[in-house]
Write a protein that binds this ligand. Structure first.
Ligand SMILES: [Zn+2]
Length: 529
């Protein structure tokens, strides 16, 4: 009886394999036909497009879980040499967030290297800062991310799939926007793309990857393709929307598409000085969401360590600011650590669990036997909280500003099987404390305070204070030491000064989630100017 059941199961598997394999090929063949046919696609040697892009960042919102920030509006021109696998994009980008500014630059992406001419970010690397004019070789992480998205959006992806049937695997229908689409998985460049086909037209409706997001854990990232238009016998989707877990984060409109225009190879060449030392595309784990979305807001640090510039320093480090008070610095985002009698308190968990694991390791070495009991998050933005899971996993209580508790309960309940730095586990019961105005942690000797202050940066933002060191900690509303003080208080600095006054604390210095350490007196003296 049992044996018969097994045989039946085996024969069902065999039958379904036999019928499913052609289904995948049928979907791809039909899509190739719908896009103009294999001959027309094979005749594409160059592709030139012009268009616009709008981008949003969901995890830099004013309120946790609130409306996404509109980040940037761009115009671009791109040319691709299909045979060489090389693309040049000339960008003109106008950012609305975190501050209004414009960057005009060029990217060149080849199979072997990536290059940026001009300034493309506030988070500039040593190489970019030292080059005259500004330019740099892409990190292997950015190159891999650029190559992935160029492949996903390529007009000849379908032809590539047709030519590589061994890398096409049929899968069960995949739901997008409430519609079940027939789908295949396509393996290329170390990636699995799930291609969803429109039942009516046969064309791809969406191309999905399964990514890791430092806030929401396991996420879907979809390129939704619509408004297909024929150019030179080939159909190209002229509206391209990226959706993160179903939410629109980027929309590209192609306004001009030209096939087989003559393109000078000089345009697509990376200067030898940058090509020589350029990173190869990263092959291991690539934090795609971090790499792509920091570019959305123009703050990406183009380095093969997401936390710091590998061309400038060898790693992160602790700087002692007072007895038992450490500033974890060296990278783009910092934490503050306060030693208590039996435990430690950490302010902010920036970037990723990689950075948290580094800090936890450094603290184990320095303060053996003292676990991190509290992680205080100054605010919910993804760049200062993306490493919270490593602290939750070792039992820390999370302290957040009032109104942020529910957001972090949802974040900690989200599955994160694709987190490269932390094995999956249940963090949904992590204790979370909300601070309405003032929160004091004491061990009977030392006190550490957190104050919620009114501010223009994020709802429920906290500042930290260590009374015995007269040291404050602030993130994003002031980056002490990052530059000279302005002549007058801006709204963020005014909020800090008002918050300190309201709290009735007397800091002499502040350490920052960015920047370094600065004297508070000169800042307070700007009040009323
Ligand atoms: Zn922020």
């Amino acid at each position: 009886m049992k044996r018969a059941a097994v045989l039946l199961a085996v024969s069902i598997v065999l039958v379904s394999c036999a019928t499913m394999q052609p289904r995948g090929q049928t979907l791809v063949s039909r899509a190739v036909q719908a896009a103009g046919g294999a001959d027309a696609l094979a005749a594409v040697t160059t592709l030139s497009v012009r268009g616009t892009v709008r981008e949003w960042e969901p995890e830099q919102s004013m309120a946790a879980g609130g409306e996404m920030r509109f980040a940037c509006e761009s115009a671009f021109e791109a040319v691709t040499d299909v045979g060489a696998g090389t693309t040049r994009i000339d960008w003109s980008r106008s950012f609305a967030y975190p501050a209004p500014r414009a960057f005009t630059y060029t990217e060149i992406v080849t199979p072997e290297a990536g290059y940026v001419a001009g300034i493309d970010s506030n988070g500039r690397t040593k190489q970019s800062l030292e080059a005259r004019p500004p330019a740099h070789a892409m990190s292997g992480l950015r190159l891999a991310a650029a190559q992935r998205e160029l492949r996903r959006g390529s007009a000849v992806l379908l032809l590539e799939m047709l030519k590589n049937p061994g890398r096409v695997v049929p899968v069960a229908d995949v739901t997008m926007h409430g519609v079940a689409y027939p789908a295949v998985e396509y393996q290329a460049g170390g990636q699995t793309f799930t291609v969803l086909f429109d039942g009516a037209t046969g064309l791809p409706a969406g191309i999905r990857t399964l990514d890791y997001d430092n806030i929401w854990g396991d996420v879907t990232y979809d390129l939704v393709l619509t408004d297909w238009q024929a150019t030179g016998g080939v159909k190209v989707a002229t509206t391209r929307r990226y959706e993160l877990n179903g939410r629109l984060v980027s929309e590209t409109k192609l306004t001009a598409v030209q096939i087989n225009r003559t393109v000078s190879s000089d345009l697509l060449a990376i200067p030898e000085t940058f090509k020589a030392g350029a990173a190869k595309p990263a092959t291991g784990v690539v934090p795609y969401q971090w790499v792509l979305r920091r570019q959305f807001i123009g703050t990406y640090l183009d380095s093969d360590a997401p936390s710091y510039d590998t061309r400038a320093i060898s790693g992160l480090r602790l700087v002692e600011l007072a007895p038992g008070v450490q500033h974890a610095v060296g990278g783009s985002h910092h934490s503050l650590v306060v030693e208590m009698r039996d435990s430690l308190i950490v302010f902010d968990s920036p970037v990723s669990d990689w950075q948290s694991n580094w800090l936890l390791g450094a603290l184990r070495a320095k303060y053996a036997g003292k676990p991190v009991k509290y992680l205080v998050l100054t605010h919910h933005h993804m760049d200062h909280t993306g490493g919270l899971r490593a602290y939750a996993a070792q039992g820390a209580t999370i302290i957040v500003g009032k109104g942020n508790g529910e957001h972090f309960r949802r974040v900690l309940a989200a599955p994160f099987t694709r987190n490269p730095d932390l094995a999956a586990r249940d963090l949904s019961r992590t204790p979370i404390v909300e601070v309405a105005d003032r929160h004091v942690i004491t061990d009977g000797q030392r006190e550490v305070h957190a104050y919620r202050i009114d501010n223009p940066h994020a709802e429920g933002l906290l500042i930290g204070y260590v009374p015995d060191a007269h040291l404050g900690f602030a993130t994003d509303i002031w980056s002490p030491g990052a530059g000279p003080l302005p002549d007058k208080l801006n709204p963020a600095l005014a909020a800090l000064v008002a918050g300190v006054k309201k709290a009735g604390i007397e800091p002499t210095r502040f350490a920052g989630g960015h920047g370094g350490v600065g004297d508070y007196g000169p800042l307070a003296a700007l009040e009323g100017k």
